[in-house]
Structure formats: structure tokens, C-alpha cells
Design a protein around this ligand. Structure first.
Ligand code: SF4
Length: 296
């Protein structure tokens, strides 16, 4: 009789498999020595979340019905072979540049940026915040994710992307073969807008120079903008994200790619496949597959 995995591991495997299925990845190993549920002959399916939620509690196994080797699917299955060329897409400016006047500060560091931010009251968002959400992760990250602003969970904890959308972002990062501690995550504004509204222009203009300093200090290879506010801020454009999502753009000489915000994916799970394609482009540029090969 097959040995059962511990409950937390089963849950983790199950969640991870569901996430991969939502991304449209269904090619997993099948353990030929273990019984397979009737009707599942191919070892994979892409039925998505709807079919999972239709399974009754009696029928629902703690692991998916198809038998799996006790290892997570390898990202190498889905990495495209050739690196895409970065393109520069001219986007019309939304107004005077927010960043023109922000020069690189010699020997700047993240602690110094945080110190300069202080208990900031520079814009009206300070009135409703509990904690400033500065940013979190590897100060030397090759990959920086920039979101819009903190939500309720982030405001309470002082950390970016720790709510439901944050959990999904963590899954996305892990699907890329990375961990959260490998990347840096921050937002355009550091204080939670009331009722989770979008930050207003003056708030973005006041707060974003600190974002710019964070990016300059970290000097990542790739910046991924999560959602339109981050993309429109860094690209200084009014254009909707759908016009340039998934395309390589430039931000002060760095590669920038805009994709949908994880909160949008929670409302529109069908868009996960598009986001996964975008993340695969990032993986290729960062050579994640090559690194795996080297370390093996
Ligand atoms: S959002 Fe930024 S500029 Fe506004 S109060 Fe918070 S830290 Fe200061």
C-alpha cells in the first residue's frame, strides 16, 4: 500500500497542482506503480478549477486522483528555448516626467531610503495608514515586482503582498523556480489608500521618487509591473495595460515587463495563462533554466 504523505505536504502539493492547472500546465509524471482512477488514462488533464470544485467531500481525495511522483513539476518543461529580444515601445507620456528630477544618489542604500522616508506625512495617504509598507525581499534581487499599493493585510503587517493576492504572487514566484526571498517586492505608494481605491496622481507623484530610489539601489535585471497603476507610473503613460502587457519595455535602461495584478487574477482566473506566458519570458531573460542546469 502506498505510503501517505503528511497532511501539510499533501495540501501543499494539491494547491501547487491546482495552480499549475490554472496556468494551463497539465503535463505531470504519473507513477505507473500506483493505481490510477478510472477514466484518467493520459496522466494529465487541464480541467481547471471548476472541475476541482465540483468534487464532493466524499469523492475529493487529499491528493488529486491521478497518481503523482512525490515531487513538484519541474519548470524546465515550460521554459521556452530562446530568449526573446527586448523591444522598446514608445509610449506617449502622461505629463511631465515624475523621475526626471530624481538623480541617482551616490552610495544610496535601502536602509537610507527607508530612513529618508521616515514616518512619512508627505501625502494624504498617511492619515489612514497603520504601517508604512516599504518593500521586502532581496536587496540585490535580479527581479523586482512592483505593485500598486498596500491593502488591509499589508497595512496591518507592514509587508507587501501578504493577503490573498500575495499568496497567489508567491505561487507565481515559486512556479518560476524562485522563492520570495530571491526577489524584491514593493509598491508605487507605501501607504494603504482608503477603501482600497487607486492611488491618486498627487499621491503617486509624491511617493514614487522613493520607489525610484529603491529600484536604483537594487539595480535589478528585470522589473515586473503588476497591474496598470505600477505600469502607468513607471512608463509614465495613460495607456491601458492591455496595450503593452507582456511586451519588453525599458525603464531607465532596465528591462520592464507589465503583467496583470494578482488581485485581477483572483477575479479573472482565466487570465492566469497569459500571466504565466509573461513570467516565462522573464524566466528566459533571467536564465533560470540555465542556473538550474549549472547547480545540478
Ligand atoms: S504614500 Fe508615500 S508619500 Fe504618501 S504618506 Fe505614505 S509614504 Fe509618504
Amino acid at each position: 500500500m502506498a505510503e501517505r504523505n503528511p497532511e501539510p505536504l499533501q495540501k501543499k502539493l494539491s494547491d501547487r497542482l491546482a495552480f499549475y492547472e490554472d496556468l494551463g500546465i497539465g503535463l505531470f509524471y504519473r507513477d505507473r506503480g500506483t493505481a490510477v482512477a478510472p477514466g484518467i488514462e493520459q496522466g494529465f488533464e487541464t480541467s481547471g478549477a471548476a472541475s476541482r470544485s465540483n468534487v464532493s467531500p466524499q469523492e475529493e481525495p487529499t491528493l488529486p486522483k491521478r497518481a503523482l511522483k512525490p515531487e513538484l513539476p519541474k519548470v524546465a518543461h515550460v521554459v521556452p528555448p530562446a530568449a526573446p529580444k527586448a523591444i522598446s515601445l514608445p509610449l506617449p507620456a502622461a505629463g511631465p516626467s515624475l523621475f526626471e528630477a530624481v538623480n541617482k544618489i551616490a552610495n544610496d542604500t535601502l536602509p537610507r531610503v527607508r530612513e529618508d522616508l521616515g514616518e512619512c506625512t508627505r501625502c494624504k495617504l498617511h492619515k489612514g495608514r497603520n504601517k508604512i509598507v516599504f518593500g521586502d525581499g532581496n536587496p540585490k534581487a535580479e527581479l523586482v515586482f512592483v505593485g500598486e499599493g498596500p491593502g488591509a493585510d499589508e497595512d496591518a503587517q507592514g509587508l507587501p503582498f501578504v493577503g490573498r493576492a500575495g499568496k497567489l504572487l508567491t505561487q507565481m514566484i515559486e512556479a518560476m523556480g524562485l522563492q520570495r526571498k530571491d526577489v524584491y517586492i514593493c509598491n508605487v505608494v507605501k501607504c494603504r489608500p482608503p477603501e482600497n481605491r487607486q492611488p491618486e496622481k498627487d499621491e503617486v507623484a509624491t511617493c514614487s521618487p522613493f520607489l525610484l530610489r529603491q529600484i536604483d539601489v537594487i539595480a535589478p535585471k528585470v522589473i515586473v509591473c503588476l497591474g496598470s497603476v505600477a505600469a502607468q507610473t513607471l512608463l509614465e503613460t495613460n495607456r491601458g495595460i492591455s496595450q503593452y502587457r507582456g511586451q519588453w519595455l525599458e525603464f531607465r535602461g532596465r528591462k520592464l515587463l507589465a503583467t496583470y495584478h494578482p488581485a485581477y487574477l483572483l477575479r479573472n482566473p482565466n487570465a492566469k495563462g497569459e500571466v504565466w506566458k509573461d513570467l516565462q519570458k522573464v524566466m528566459t531573460v533571467l536564465g533560470l533554466e540555465a542556473k538550474k542546469g549549472k547547480s545540478a
